[in-house]
Design a protein. Structure first.
Ligand SMILES: Cc1cc2nc3c(=O)[nH]c(=O)nc-3n(C[C@H](O)[C@H](O)[C@H](O)COP(=O)(O)O)c2cc1C
Length: 205
């Protein structure tokens, strides 16, 4: 992660970027494979992910990286949490739950870590910034040619899993970003009709 000086161009028309954003889709973690990004590319993805709007520069988020064996060792916490909440579950379910992070070569937990901001950046804004980090991370991974999916599933909300991850009381998991080689191109997904979601404000006299 370098602190390279950058040149900041004025916005220019970038058709390739528009095309990328117009066609953007998540890639399913369950059909991701090796290889994942190398260390330099992973760090670049993190650097871009952290380049989000952040009111008062609080950086109210942090990252936990799961690569290699760390994915299965943390999977043991996920599996144990599931089996303790579901003692009747069949034994093969423990294996399934323990293998969740193994679906992709790189998984990054984005932790929302809102600061107690004396100058008053609302917690809501800090949490929104963590969401922006997750999305930027997906875009950065895809722009580098990898598949990416933002998942929370059940274990992002399980207290024993979050404790194993070392979360403080004020912290929450914004997402687990799964990154790897996309096995296939995603199918189209229907999108909302914007006219139903959009209005033009007009002052009623
Ligand atoms: C906060 C958040 C959590 C999500 N968690 C899940 C999840 O647990 N399981 C899932 O199938 N999709 C989840 N998604 C949705 C996927 O990331 C993805 O957006 C979805 O599969 C639709 O694909 P698209 O991004 O191509 O529109 C989540 C999205 C967000 C914003």
């Amino acid at each position: 992660m370098t602190d390279t000086p950058r040149i900041f161009p004025r916005p220019t028309h970038r058709p390739e970027l528009i095309e990328f954003l117009e066609a953007r889709r998540s890639n399913l973690a369950k059909i991701m494979s090796e290889p994942g990004p190398d260390a330099a590319t992973r760090d670049k993805i993190l650097e871009i992910a952290a380049r989000v709007p952040d009111h008062r520069k609080l950086a109210p988020w942090r990252f936990v990286i799961f690569e290699g064996e760390a994915r299965s060792s943390f999977g043991q916490h996920i599996s144990a949490a599931f089996m303790s909440a579901n003692p009747q579950a069949p034994a093969d379910r423990a294996i399934f739950e323990g293998a969740r992070l193994m679906r992709a070569p790189l998984v990054i937990a984005v932790i929302s870590a809102p600061a107690d901001c004396p100058r008053g950046t609302p917690k809501w804004e800090q949490e929104l910034s963590a969401g922006a980090v997750c999305y930027n991370m997906c875009l950065a991974a895809q722009a580098h040619g990898f598949g990416a999916q933002w998942l929370t599933e059940w274990y992002a909300y399980d207290m024993s899993v979050t404790a194993a991850l070392g979360l403080q009381a004020s912290e929450r998991i914004a997402g687990f970003i799964y990154i790897g080689t996309a096995a296939e191109a995603p199918m189209a997904r229907s999108r909302p009709a914007l006219e139903k979601l959009t209005s033009f404000w007009s002052k009623k006299s």
